[in-house]
Design a protein around this ligand. Structure first.
Ligand SMILES: NC(=O)C1=CN([C@@H]2O[C@H](COP(=O)(O)OP(=O)(O)OC[C@H]3O[C@@H](n4cnc5c(N)ncnc54)[C@H](OP(=O)(O)O)[C@@H]3O)[C@@H](O)[C@H]2O)C=CC1
Ligand SMILES: CC(=O)N[C@@H](CCC(=O)OP(=O)(O)O)C(=O)O
Length: 312
């Protein structure tokens, strides 16, 4: 059976990446609206209700509007925006996050695709919290740097254009009011008591990201070793073709490591004498951070090979 998939927002940064991954797949027929119709509410409503699956690659408000336009029970939704990532009646589309999460995604009618930063953060900490190595009430922090495509078309224009919006910066921290939209999502799905302190930044590179969590293990009740942390993460991702735990035997880690792929790599650096650890994830904000995860979720929901079309 062929799955009919409508991509709403197909001309945007994430939409284009999803189209690339779905191109040439015999089991999927992709529907997109052409340039003159893509913002026409009637045409969108028609397509949204004709599809078996819709993937929303839109700003939050337009995503909410699209969901409200769906009037039938059959159309299933994957939303790439922030709109529903903490909504109780949506399934969180991070297949590797919990045992049973992929099975929940397979059955779900509404799936919210994780944010790019939460993907790195949750991959690093959730198995350790579940295993009790990081206490639920520990005040975590997360440092991260993203390529500028993470800010969509507007930020790409800022870094690549020469108009009044253009910037010449190589690197800049942001989210300085400590109220970034990803924080509630991180807290909810990590299942922790306090919002993490989130320190995002953007660098002059198109795609890719590094997400880090520093851990003062000496301050934890169980004072786990660095090896114990790595073992828990290895066990959590043992069967995953997408998330890999790599040995921490490299002197440095680059933002380009997984750029252009749908992989997510995790490493546990640390010092057992000082009982300090530094968890580092690398991924592509447009790969596992957006389009790769959306395609993985679509595969799972449609009962197809979960990794079909992914760049691994
Ligand atoms: N970029 C990234 O790394 C990631 C992005 N996301 C999320 O994915 C979603 C899309 O982001 P991204 O692709 O970066 O953004 P872009 O700005 O690149 O693309 C958004 C697209 O949606 C279109 N659009 C806006 N309003 C409407 C509307 N009312 N009806 C139909 N189309 C509309 C825009 O058209 P126009 O430009 O003409 O207004 C544009 O083509 C966002 O919610 C973002 O948060 C998630 C993870 C990572
Ligand atoms: C560099 C940059 O600006 N990044 C975006 C996040 C991109 C992303 O993945 O988040 P959403 O899916 O929630 O949009 C930001 O910090 O808002």
């Amino acid at each position: 059976m062929i799955a009919h998939v409508f991509i709403d927002g197909a001309a945007g940064t994430t939409g284009l990446e999803i189209r690339e991954r779905l191109a040439g797949r015999a089991e999927i027929e992709v529907m997109v609206l052409d340039d003159q119709d893509r913002k026409d509410p009637k045409k969108r409503a028609q397509a949204l209700n004709a599809a078996d699956f819709v993937i929303l690659c839109l700003p939050d408000d337009a995503a909410r509007e699209a969901v409200a336009m769906i009037e039938n029970e059959r159309t299933r939704v994957i939303d790439a925006s922030t709109a529903y990532r903490t909504a109780a009646d949506w399934t969180y589309g991070f297949a590797e996050l919990e045992p049973g999460q992929a099975a929940a995604i397979a059955e779900a009618a509404r799936v919210s695709n994780p944010g790019c930063y939460p993907t790195g953060f949750l991959a690093l900490v959730r198995p350790l919290i579940r295993a009790g190595l990081i206490p639920h009430d520990f005040p975590l922090s997360v440092n991260a740097v993203s390529g500028y495509s993470g800010g969509g078309r507007a930020m790409i224009a800022e870094f690549e254009g020469d108009g009044p919006e253009a910037t010449a910066t190589a690197f800049r921290p942001y989210g300085l009011s400590l109220a970034h939209k990803h924080v509630p999502e991180m807290q909810k799905h990590a299942r922790i008591e306090h919002p993490p302190i989130f320190l995002p930044s953007v660098a002059r590179t198109y795609r890719g990201m590094i997400v880090e969590v520093p851990l003062p293990l000496f301050a934890f009740t169980r004072k786990p070793s660095v090896e114990a942390l790595e073992n828990v993460l290895r066990d959590a991702y043992r069967d995953s073709p997408v998330v890999q735990v790599l040995p921490a035997d490299v002197p440095t880690v680059s933002i380009e490591e997984n750029a252009g792929t749908d992989r997510l790599s995790v490493r546990v650096f640390g010092n057992d004498e000082t009982r300090q650890a530094r968890l580092i994830a690398t991924l592509d904000n447009l790969g596992k951070g957006a389009a790769g995860a959306a395609v993985q979720n679509l595969n799972i929901m449609a009962g197809l090979d979960p990794t079909a079309g992914l760049v691994l």
